[in-house]
Write a protein that binds this ligand. Structure first.
Ligand code: HEC
Length: 190
């Protein structure tokens, strides 16, 4: 190939790389702007320590797996993908196996809604984890059998164990950081 042609191709490749690099930088900053792992967002929100960021991420994954299953199992308009149903159900069962280590003693903080009762009333908290884990196991078993009606009922049963733990052990939403010089913002509605 003439030198000129090679140079042109190299230039083309370089331009493409530059565009890709720019694209991922923008994606990274967009993620940054989202901020705080769901902890309120905004440039002034303090960063989550890893243990708090981690359990918020696991909780958000719970929400998304439940939403995916509800869409897959929609009785009026089901998406016929039994493999996907089984994978999401197995994921929720696995979430239950991770909960036991997600609240090391005293891991509270200004960006966390975890209440002190998690440790002061730990027997009850562990019982809520067990209820969630058992519901995840039942969900997985229903999905493996391929009975969509039973699987959807198992999703609803699992969802009840979320609120049963949140009510006693999760505090109110955290108020967004006050704007500089302004009055403190009202807490976000739950
Ligand atoms: C054993 C107790 C327990 C169970 C079961 C549980 N959660 Fe949570 N969840 C918590 C606690 C405690 C927090 C507060 C975490 C923190 O801020 O430190 C929380 C936080 C959350 C959050 C907010 C996350 C964020 O970004 O701030 C969502 C959403 C959530 N849970 C959804 C769910 C869903 C959906 C389920 C069930 C499929 C579920 N949780 C099951 C205890 C539980």
């Amino acid at each position: 190939m003439p030198v000129n042609g090679l140079a042109k191709r190299l230039m083309g490749a370089f331009a493409l790389t530059a565009v890709v690099a720019l694209g991922s930088a923008q994606a990274a900053s967009a993620q940054g702007a989202g901020g705080g792992g769901g902890g309120g967002g905004g440039a002034q929100a303090p960063a989550d320590p890893p243990v708090i960021a981690y359990r918020k991420a696991v909780m958000q994954a719970n929400v998304q797996h439940v939403a995916a299953l509800r869409a897959l199992l929609n009785p009026a308009n089901p998406i016929k993908d039994n493999d996907a149903i089984k994978l999401h159900a197995a994921a929720l069962e696995n979430q239950g196996k991770m909960f036991a280590k997600m609240w090391p003693e005293g891991s509270m903080g200004p960006t966390s809604r975890s209440k002190a009762e998690i440790w002061s009333n730990n027997t009850d908290f562990v019982a809520r984890i067990t209820a969630f884990a058992d519901a995840g196991k039942a969900l997985d078993e229903a999905a493996v059998k391929g009975d969509n009606t039973a699987t959807l009922a198992a999703v609803t049963a699992l969802n009840a164990t979320c609120g049963a733990c949140h009510m006693p052990f999760r505090g109110p939403p955290i108020a967004p950081a006050a704007p500089a010089g302004g009055a403190p913002a009202a807490p976000a509605p739950n």
